[in-house]
Design a protein around this ligand. Structure first.
Ligand code: HEC
Ligand code: HEC
Length: 311
């Protein structure tokens, strides 16, 4: 029985008394033919499968290699010989843009805060200047913590964007950063229209109007990135400041103390899980600057008709 089963010919023992022998002329040949056909059919398929598996594996390896290299972009930049020194004037301009726009979220030295560390960002290292600029224009409005398009500053000019791109190149590779003079922030002079708006918001009080106009300018350089133009708020970045109960509940001293400190996500009083950096992330703001900003923010608390100074 055993042998029969092994031979697999399906004969029963009663048909032959003699011990079973393979019949070379018939069954085995057919088996051989079948095997040959089988092989002829299967071999190309096997070869194909093998080839596809091999190619798939090679493609996966190439993708893994590319992904790995993408994560090494900044390191490669740091290890490669330094590129040419960056043009001084553009770097100075770029620093000003960075400090007044990007620093609120990326930290004064670009090492990260609400936004990511840019000094070692592989993405930045991989960007050419054009792609970097396009990134800032588009922002990442859909990220868990969003980066607003144009960094929340629709007033940034093309020259501003080019300058900040250049400056960040220097943050990524300090060997290329020219020696920069001490930082001096230039705020554009208050326009007549802004003066008039501030005067109306101040109810004709010329001194208060000056504070409001200055505060509006400073707001537009530091706070606007997260709180939006006119304090309307930006979802995921900063709350609305118009008709804001918290603002209304505090006197100027308390509000000043709040802005100086900010509100870290670890603060039990934090309401959104997103942090408000100390001084809105701009350490260059003096106490007087902050009081001017407060004077401006007060104008955002008036009923709609009276908020003439809010942009
Ligand atoms: C209101 C906050 C905010 C401002 C202002 C801002 N960013 Fe961002 N930025 C972010 C956040 C948040 C992220 C991370 C988004 C994410 O999770 O993908 C980010 C990400 C980035 C990235 C991608 C980094 C990486 O490795 O993925 C770059 C580049 C960048 N910002 C550049 C800038 C520059 C340059 C400026 C100034 C012109 C700027 N940002 C201003 C919030 C901001
Ligand atoms: C990097 C983003 C960012 C910048 C820049 C920023 N803020 Fe904020 N601010 C926030 C966030 C986020 C909150 C909400 C914190 C929380 O969850 O409670 C907040 C909250 C506040 C509040 C309290 C509002 C409330 O209802 O609790 C005030 C007032 C305020 N900010 C004023 C300012 C002023 C004035 C400036 C400019 C000097 C400024 N912020 C700059 C992110 C920012």
């Amino acid at each position: 029985m055993n042998t029969q089963k092994q031979a697999g010919m399906g004969r029963s023992a009663s048909e032959h008394d003699a011990p079973w022998r393979p019949e070379f002329g018939s069954g085995f040949r057919r088996l051989g033919e079948a095997a040959a056909w089988g092989f002829a059919i299967c071999a190309p398929m096997l070869a194909m499968t093998g080839w596809l598996t091999y190619r798939g594996a090679m493609e996966m390896r190439a993708a893994q290699q590319a992904a790995y290299e993408a994560t090494q972009a900044w390191e490669r930049l740091a290890e490669a010989p330094a590129g040419p020194s960056l043009p001084l004037e553009v770097a100075v301009k770029g620093r000003e843009v960075f400090v007044t726009v990007c620093a609120a979220c990326h930290g004064p030295d670009g090492q990260g805060g609400l936004g990511k560390d840019l000094t070692r960002s592989d993405l930045v290292a991989r960007f050419d200047d054009h792609a970097f600029r396009e990134f800032i224009i588009a922002g990442r409005p859909n990220a868990a913590v969003p980066m607003p398009p144009r960094a929340g500053r629709p007033d940034l000019t093309d020259a501003d964007l080019d300058a900040v791109v250049t400056y960040v190149r220097g943050l990524q590779d300090p060997r290329r950063m020219p020696e920069l003079p001490p930082l001096v922030l230039t705020t554009a002079p208050v326009t007549e229209a802004e003066k008039a708006a501030a005067m109306a918001a101040a109810g004709g009080d010329a001194e208060l109007a000056e504070y409001i106009a200055s505060g509006a300018k400073l707001y537009a350089t530091t706070c606007i990135a997260c709180h939006g133009p006119g304090g309307v708020g930006i979802k995921g970045n900063g709350k609305p400041l118009v008709h804001n109960e918290f603002v209304a509940s505090l006197d100027d001293d308390a509000l000043l103390a709040f802005i100086k400190r900010g509100r870290d996500p670890s603060d039990p009083k934090n309401t959104t899980g997103v942090g408000m950096p100390a001084k809105g992330g701009n350490p260059a703001l003096s106490e007087d600057d902050l009081l001017d900003i407060i004077a401006y923010v007060r104008t955002l608390q008036r009923p709609a008709g009276q908020a003439a100074a809010s942009k």
